[in-house]
Design a protein. Sequence first.
Length: 140
Amino acid sequence: MESKPMIVLDASFVVAYFNDGDIHHAAAAAAWPELVDGRWGPVLLPEYIFLEVVTVLASRRGLEKAAAGGTQLLESAQFEFVDCSPYFQASFEAFRLQRSTKMSLADASVLAIAKARGADHVATFDDDFRNVTGISVIPA
C-alpha cells in the first residue's frame, strides 16, 4: 500500500508567496493553490518556520503585512501548525550533523519534522533541500 504524501513548509516558500517583491513570488503563487488543495497531502507549518516568516515579512514588507500573513497561516484549515518543542533535539542533531548543506536550525527542524511525520515533500526555494535524500522539493 502506497503511503499518502505529506509536505512541510519552509520559510523561503511562504515569504515568497506573501511578498510580491520576492524573486520567487510568481512561482510560489502558482504552486500555492495546489498546496492548499492537497496535491501534496497534509501541509505542516513548523513553529520555527512561522517565526521566521513573520519576522522576515515584518522586516521586508512591514508589520501589517506580516501580521496579515501570519493570521492567514494560523487560521487556515489546510495547514497544521506544528509545535517544534517535541522536535527540538532531532532538529539540533540534524543541524549539528549536516555536512553537505548549510541549513539554519529552522531548516533543520523542517527535516526533523519531515522525517518524524513521514513527509516526503518540502515547499521551498532553498537549494540545500534538493541535496536531501528522500525529500522532493516543490516547486520543481
